[in-house]
Design a protein around this ligand. Sequence first.
Ligand code: S3P
Length: 171
Amino acid sequence: MKVVLVGYMASGKSSVGRLLAKEIGLDFVDLDTYIEEQQQQSIKDIFQQKGEIFFRKLEHQMLEKVLSEKESLLLSTGGGTPCYGINMDTILKHSDHSIYLQLPVSTLVERIAQEKEERPLVKDLDDEELAEFVGKHLFERRPFYARAKFTLDCYGKSVEDLVSEIKGNLL
Ligand code: S3P
């Protein structure tokens, strides 16, 4: 079985993915970590040294590779993955379940503000700019995320709640 999680930065894709994979016995792959391992370079450095266009091409290749080479897995994508090229088609074609972890802008802004330095797209924004950026960006990206087979409202729910909801209702 192949399950793919999509959603904006800081929506919980990695933490929900890791626990869910463990509970249902699937291999867990975080696409950002997979890219870093394959390239032997951090995402932050790839953005800084080679630029976003290079990163997006690489992200597409790595998405195709991981989804076609693994029989079954739980894949957490990067926040931008579904929103470039044919990536969302690739996700839908190769997965049995695709789930959008949905959160309101305010929650995402609060979470991202705590760990801005690690995130190349927002690291140079101040708090006010961050809120505006996330609002606009999510508006542009939501249609891509919404193509996932399921949209899961994550507001106010713990990782454990989300995992049992996915196990009980979606899988
Ligand atoms: C990105 C999100 C990041 C990472 C890269 C670009 C984005 O992943 O892929 O920094 O475009 O939203 P997370 O969603 O895991 O932070």
